[in-house]
Design a protein around this ligand. Structure first.
Ligand code: PA5
Length: 425
């Protein structure tokens, strides 16, 4: 269960303001759901938890089983929307030190690539290359390199059986290559942009390979979709979240910091940053999405959040029951003075840190919203993914932008291609 709690932000947001913005938020929801707004050809993700290709879904599960049986490592090659959702789910649910799935092609670092090459030496591996366009520089470089390693290791015919391509249904360089070489292919639907694609094959294949229950993930997303579409404004977590952040934005809060107290949620924040950053940051508008991992970053960025420029608000992602029972021990000498915590669960201490920090930051005039996530499992994560996606579509329309394009990401590529001497630039 996901709940958006704004009780700590009471001094910054009144009920009257929430009511005042309601017509705008409800109109934005209608624009999104009826598909009448800008970017409406990229809203296929709204119905995705119900309307997905069942036959492909079965193939995803079968491929995941095969990969788990014949490979110690799956190299997942992709960047941006073809990368972050899978990594978010796997790190949140697959275990912090799970190395079954290794991500590459999300940078151009030779050092990182060399580390991956060293890691897979002597380990059986397969490749899932994910690229809607098939021409993105980072994954293309990585795929060229690791495909060669795979072919050198297993021979071309066996290598082809170990390569899974997730790409456009009919077009593009990767689709052509996959068809020519006989790779199994999965589809990035035409009407789903990269950053909204975690619940397609883009996310589901790597997530399933990591051993996460993708049925539960989809069930959570389905339940949240029904809530988003059917619930009244004040009981609708996505609409509330979209409303609250726009109210704060209109009070000159131009930065939103997503806060977690669980390191395994670091990449959920990275996924969220792409989702909101690419969806809203355009036409000289938008809330800049940032993130921190607490309590770690309380010892670095905490100073700024408490006491620096008052430009931000925080959204705290709180895992209510994290399923652990580690207890602080007692010590006869008590030199570290910790015996007052002896017998207390570590998570109790973590939650106390969270409560104290929310209070301190609120006192320091940084408004705090809280998103409660009942527990850290696939069902709840499916709910969370969908809630944030739906809220993002609504929030983008309230802001007055097209939440489904990303014109700004092309500029650096043009410069880079010119510097590299790419033909035509
Ligand atoms: O959200 C986006 O559109 C981008 O982040 C893309 O997902 C990213 O650039 C990768 O593109 P592609 O899947 O075409 O390789």
């Amino acid at each position: 269960m996901i709940k958006v709690d704004y009780s700590y932000a009471g001094e910054f947001i009144s009920d009257a303001e929430l009511e005042a913005i309601r017509p705008e938020v409800e109109a934005a929801r209608d624009t999104l759901v009826k598909g009448t707004g800008e970017g409406n050809d990229f809203t296929g993700w709204v119905d995705l938890p119900e309307k997905y290709d069942r036959a492909e879904y079965a193939r995803i599960k079968a491929a995941a089983e095969k990969i788990r049986s014949d490979s110690e490592v799956l190299l997942v090659i992709g960047i941006g929307g073809s990368y972050l959702g899978a990594r978010a789910a796997i790190e949140a649910l697959g275990g912090t030190f799970d190395r079954h799935v290794i991500f590459c092609g999300n940078n151009i670092s030779a050092k990182y690539t060399q580390d991956v090459i060293d890691y897979i030496k002597g380990r059986d591996f397969s490749i899932n290359v994910i690229s809607k366009s098939g021409t993105t520089t980072e994954p293309a470089i990585a795929f060229r390199l690791f495909k060669k390693l795979l072919e050198d290791r297993y021979g071309a015919a066996e290598a082809a059986k170990r390569i899974y391509a997730t790409t456009d249904k009919v077009r593009g360089a990767l689709k052509t290559m996959a068809d020519g070489s006989g790779y199994e292919t999965f589809v990035v639907p035409d009407d789903v942009g990269g950053r909204y694609s975690v619940l397609t094959a883009v996310g589901l294949l790597p997530i399933a390979v990591a051993g996460v229950d993708i049925d539960a993930l989809m069930a959570g997303a389905q339940a949240m979709r029904r809530e988003c579409l059917e619930k009244e404004y004040m009981d609708n977590e996505a609409l509330k979240y979209a409303a609250l952040r726009n109210i704060l934005h209109r009070k000159d809060k131009s930065v939103e910091i997503l806060v977690n107290y669980e390191p395994c949620l670091h990449f959920v924040s990275e996924w969220w940053k792409q989702l909101y950053g690419e969806s809203e940051g355009k036409d000289k508008k938008g809330i800049y999405p940032s993130s921190v991992d607490f309590t770690t970053d309380l010892h670095s960025l905490g100073q700024f959040v408490q006491d620096g420029s008052r430009i931000m608000f925080e959204t705290v992602l709180n895992v209510v029951n994290n399923g652990t029972s580690i207890v602080v021990g007692s010590d006869e000498k008590n030199l570290d003075g910790l015996n007052y915590l002896a017998g207390k669960e570590m998570d109790f201490v973590n939650k106390a840190a969270m409560q104290g920090t929310i209070q301190a930051h609120t006192d320091g005039k940084t408004p705090n919203l809280k998103v409660d996530m009942d527990r850290l499992d696939a069902y709840n994560l499916g709910e969370l993914f969908y809630m944030f996606e739906f809220a993002c579509g609504v929030s983008g329309y309230v802001l007055g932008v097209n939440p489904f394009n990303q014109p700004g990401v092309e500029m650096y590529k043009r410069n880079m291609f010119k510097i590299l001497g790419k033909p035509g630039y």
